[in-house]
Design a protein around this ligand. Sequence first.
Ligand code: GDP
Length: 371
Amino acid sequence: MAPDNDMRCSGCGVAIQTESPEKLGYAPAAALAREPRLCQRCFRIKHYNELSSVTPNQNDFLRILSGIGTEKALVVHIVDLFDFEGSLIGGLHRFVGSNPIVLVVNKIDLLPKAINLNRIRNWVQKQAKENGLRPADIVLCSARKNIGFDRVVESIAHHRGSNDVYVVGATNVGKSTLINRLIRDYSDIEAELTTSPYPGTTLDLVHIPLDDGRHIIDTPGIVYESRLTEVADKRDLKTLLPDKPIKPLVFQLNERQTLFFGAFARFDFVQGERQSFTCYVSNALKVHRTKLDKADELYAEHKGGMLAPPSREHLEALPPLAKHAFRIPKGSHSDVYISGLGWIAVNSDAGAQIVVHAPKGVKVAVRDSLI
Ligand code: GDP
């Protein structure tokens, strides 16, 4: 059947649907009577200068990425410092060809006070390299708190030459917050956006005009299901996603002690000398210490109750916990990270044997310490 033009958004042309707010083309049913007919995304851009994320499927996203490789452009890849490995787009160079990539590391406001940012930048550089990313520049910022934003704008201006700028990132890294800041504070596009239709806006990309006729192009956020923040119930995100500087929690543990992070994950110190473990997780998430020998029973009895979030109801939708065993070498400074939840720093003189339990599919690994 031919698409019904009346049911298309007059801003971006996407087919309008009223079922899934997080997907392309969503408009509340009540909005269908308005003229011009706009999807919620275009409505927000037009009236509030506010961009919201939509989630395409993986194939759509890869198609968009590969398209970038066919033209000359600057790619701005936004990652979340709080979930660096989880939010990095693997193999980005393969898709975007020889185009330069500026790596914008967002949410630095979450770092505990008095952290040396040069050290963080070096760490990012090393981790990026290990993950096959060779950025032309690395910028640390906080889109929410407007820290480092002048540097973001400077770097984009410097590296784009006279080309378009594509902004890519996983969901929840703060891409919308960052682009909204660009729109509000760094561009005079308001006049253009308030006149419909939006210049150059296509089905799945939003084009934000720049002074020289080029555009900043926002791509939809990619969903990585290896992040706890993707598999958890959306209502638990306010607990999982920190919104204040993280207060590290230090635990002196004897071997055969366990830490529970709500009922989302569990960290067993299986073997090693008594030592300290520093947890970097959202301040809103409760950490509960117990004996390893009692941990299974405690979880079975108290998950969703004393061990929460998630609540019992949300827990049912979460994959069961899977085990990951690690040996932390003697004398190393390592983080055991659980993508989307945070990490546990182990500065181990004597080495340690660790088992992490996290919902199946969520990425868990050991890396060099960030802090
Ligand atoms: P998107 O899915 O990448 O477009 O991400 P959003 O812009 O919607 O942000 C996802 C979540 O991260 C929201 O809860 C934001 O408030 C939060 N966020 C965005 N930028 C920052 C930041 O710089 N610092 C902190 N702490 N949170 C941020």
